[in-house]
Design a protein around this ligand. Structure first.
Ligand code: BGC
Length: 753
């Protein structure tokens, strides 16, 4: 939805500078030919504040559909669903007169403790990128701009406005920027929101490398860079680095500082015009996308329910306890059954149009008796009950109710106060009183099901031990209660998959020792080995692997066929529903490079698809693996490189349940660089021309070369391999060899290769 925008170079400098700062909490300024743009959070619902604005979710907002937050939606592994939700959000944003919805949030879930993981999709950048691109396309095709956030490396809440994420370049590109790159290239978001934190010492809002070199020059971003609310420490430095819009308003002082900086030569006028142009372009896009919309609130609630049902993960289902037989008596336990936990706290907090009560929805689907007991109390701070007696009495009553029914369904999870924007969790434990309840109920009632609601990963080993069946509900939005009832009773056959590994213990998480840093610095010491990449590289057991999720039916994989072309690989696999119910299977494609010359994760998600199959049916599922998803970031060349050689492509039901695999040959990118004085002897020896010339040179070396180092107890060839040729020849070549001689030698090698 592109539109021609006003030429801001005709505006006086002070008006151009002013366009780069917000007018109010949620609006940009206007100028001749440039209409103001209204924005609002986001992402999983419209938090439109027709009254006073705030960004922490304290103030009231108008009712809007609360779709599953990203933590839930990601478990659907369903880009079409994300696209439809984006479209529905566009309708609601249009109805509220908004031009931009501030989302999606696509930071990688580096550590299970990050307080804002509920707003992010996954520990894997491919999954996050594909889902977010679909969401952005859906939103923007409805004439409302997205704001891809928080750019970048905002993976914790602790000290988020100052901390410096210290990350090596390869890890930045492969893990933390990869999803952003995909969404920017594929879905062309109208805006990108830069984050609060610093990256390798430089604030994101003032980071020229990030905002200009990478985002605009390398990825071709043509939209507007907006600051997170309050993220600008120095507006002049920010505009110079590539920031277009400082939010929130009122920014009069900073606007004046921009004018002064141009006058005294610290800032180019071109930078100010670039920022003003970006605001004008956004305004034109918004105007072109404007539509009159009447929101069908009921239809959106139904979509929210469909999304919730599709996002639930069946983590465990021993003896096919689920789905529940509707004629049986069910004891429903836990306060979340009546007041569900369905979204996270902070700026994304939406006032829902209505909220499904799980208990009522279960009653509507079960013909037998449905009883309820509280089992534990929810406290604002999420802690166990102050009075142990009261806690024990609540549990005793729950155990009695559970024992009198055929099945117990316990709703467990975290209270809203335990996880939110603004702070991280210290642990990933469920409150002790809930664990006690689960253990006591399960020993009285073998048919115990646990349904979990939380925005982040939980320590589930004790739950896994006690309960026969577990549903991972994450946060499911306002219709989560209906979605849960649908899955519990088999109206919907669960097909959700984990978007994040559930470790056996928090301490196993690859980021564990490095999180959240200190003295405003956090070292990303685990490098590229984030999430399943880290558990896999250390061959570590986990409770539920990335991509895990069961079904009420079973699927069999056969006949994988791979065909490579210059742009990627087509993977085609046959899937058969071998059970007795219709169901949807998410087929995950992982790639490995067994003979890789670089350090890589044992496998990486490079594609996925899904298929709906009636009992007994089979179909082929075709997944396109794009060449870019096979690439790694080559530090020395400073670009993506696809290694040549054999790739193992596996199709599976999870990252640790690979069902079928085959090999395919990939033609690699050229990584040839001219040799220079810093090239090592080993590098030269692995090149045919280099080896020939070098052998002659080495033969002329002095005593060290004579017996291959044997008299010194060393393997001279291996030891010499890491010595840069310039220093080797000059230091050990017997003297008389100048830098020019070395360069001449290298020139002659380079010219003959
Ligand atoms: C959050 C953003 C949000 C903004 C506006 C900030 O505190 O980090 O995600 O869009 O406030 O509410």
């Amino acid at each position: 939805m592109d539109a021609s925008s006003a030429d801001t170079s005709l505006l006086p400098l002070d008006q151009r500078a002013a366009l780069g700062g917000g007018a109010s909490f949620w609006r940009t300024k206007s100028a001749p030919g440039v209409a103001a743009v209204a924005m609002s959070d986001g992402p999983h619902g419209v938090r439109y504040q027709s009254g006073a604005g705030d960004h922490l979710g304290f103030g009231a907002s108008d009712p809007a559909t609360c779709f599953p937050p990203a933590v839930g939606l990601a478990q659907s592994w369903d880009p079409d669903l994300a696209h439809r939700i984006g479209g529905a959000l566009a309708d609601e944003a249009q109805a509220a007169g908004l031009g931009v919805l501030l989302g999606p949030g696509i930071n990688v879930k580096r550590d299970p403790r990050c307080g804002r993981n509920f707003e992010y999709f996954s520990e894997d950048p491919h999954l996050s990128g594909v889902l977010a691109a679909a969401w952005v396309r859906g939103l923007q095709s409805g004439g409302v701009g997205a704001s891809l956030k928080h750019f970048a490396v905002n993976n914790q809440e602790h000290d988020r406005m100052r901390t410096s994420a210290e990350v090596d370049e390869r890890t930045l590109h492969e893990i933390y920027l990869r999803a952003f790159e995909r969404v920017v290239r594929d879905a062309r978001p109208w805006t990108v929101m830069c984050s609060y934190n610093r990256i390798n010492g430089v604030y994101a809002s003032q980071n020229r490398w990030l905002l200009t070199d990478v985002l605009r020059d390398a990825w071709g971003f043509d939209g507007l860079v907006v600051s997170d609310w309050g993220a600008v420490a120095d507006r002049v430095a920010a505009v110079d680095a590539g920031l277009d819009l400082q939010m929130p308003g009122d920014t009069a002082g900073d606007d004046a500082a921009v004018v002064a900086a141009v006058s005294d030569g610290r800032l180019t006028e071109a930078a100010v015009t670039r920022a003003a142009d970006a605001v004008a372009r956004l305004s034109a896009r918004v105007a072109a996308g404007r539509r009159e919309v009447t929101v069908d609130v009921d239809a959106h609630h139904r979509l929210a329910r469909e999304a919730a049902g599709r996002s639930i993960v069946l983590l465990k289902n021993d003896d096919a306890l689920l789905p529940l037989d509707p004629s049986r008596d069910v004891a429903v336990l836990g306060p979340f059954a009546r007041s569900p936990r369905f979204q996270g706290g902070g700026s994304s907090h939406v006032t829902p149009t209505r909220v499904d009560s799980p208990l009522d929805e279960i009653r509507a689907r079960i013909d037998g008796r449905v009883t309820f007991a509280e089992g534990f109390r929810l406290h604002a701070d999420g802690s166990a009950d102050a009075s142990a007696d009261d806690g024990a009495a609540l549990r005793a009553e729950a155990v009695r109710v559970a024992g009198a029914a055929d099945v117990a369904v316990i709703f467990a999870g975290l209270a809203a106060s335990q996880e939110s924007e603004g702070f991280d969790r210290d642990d990933i434990d469920l409150p002790a009183d809930q664990l006690d309840l689960i253990a006591e109920v399960a020993s009285a009632q073998p048919n115990t099901v646990v349904i979990l609601s939380a925005g982040g990963v939980l320590h589930l080993a004790p739950v896994h031990e006690a309960a026969r069946a577990i549903l991972g509900g994450a946060l499911l939005g306002q219709a989560g209660g209906g979605g849960i009832a649908d899955v519990l009773t088999g109206v919907v056959n669960p097909s959700g998959r984990l978007a994040e590994t559930v470790p056996l213990r928090l301490q196993d998480a690859p980021s564990y020792p490095h999180f959240p840093g200190e003295h405003s610095r956090v070292r990303y010491g685990e490098g590229i080995f984030v999430g399943y990449r880290g558990y896999d590289v250390r061959d570590q057991d986990v409770l539920y692997p990335f991509g895990h999720g069961l079904s009420y039916t079973t699927f069999e994989y056969s006949d994988i066929a791979l065909s490579a072309d210059p742009d990627g690989v087509d993977a085609v696999v046959t899937v058969r529903n071998t059970g007795r119910r219709a169901g949807r299977e998410v087929v995950q494609i992982y790639a490995s490079v067994p003979e890789s010359s670089t350090s890589r994760a044992p496998r990486e998600l490079v594609g996925f698809g899904s298929v709906d199959l009636a009992a007994g049916d089979s179909a082929t599922v075709s997944v396109r693996v794009e060449r870019r998803d096979l690439a790694y970031w080559h530090d020395r060349l400073d670009r993506w490189v696809v290694e040549g050689g054999t790739y193992r492509i596996a199709a599976g039901a999870s990252s640790r349940d690979l069902r079928i695999e085959a090999d395919v040959e990939i033609v690699g990118d050229s990584v040839r660089q001219d040799f220079d004085a810093e090239s090592t002897i080993g590098e030269l020896m692995s090149d045919p021309v280099g080896a020939k010339v070098l052998e002659e040179v080495l033969a002329s070396f002095g005593p060290l070369g004579e017996d291959g180092g044997e008299s010194l107890g060393i393997d001279m060839v291996r030891m010499a391999a890491s010595i840069p040729i310039g220093r080797a020849v000059r230091s050990f070549g017997g003297g008389g060899v100048s830098a020019d001689d070395v360069q001449a030698l290298l020139d002659s090698i380079n010219s003959r290769r």
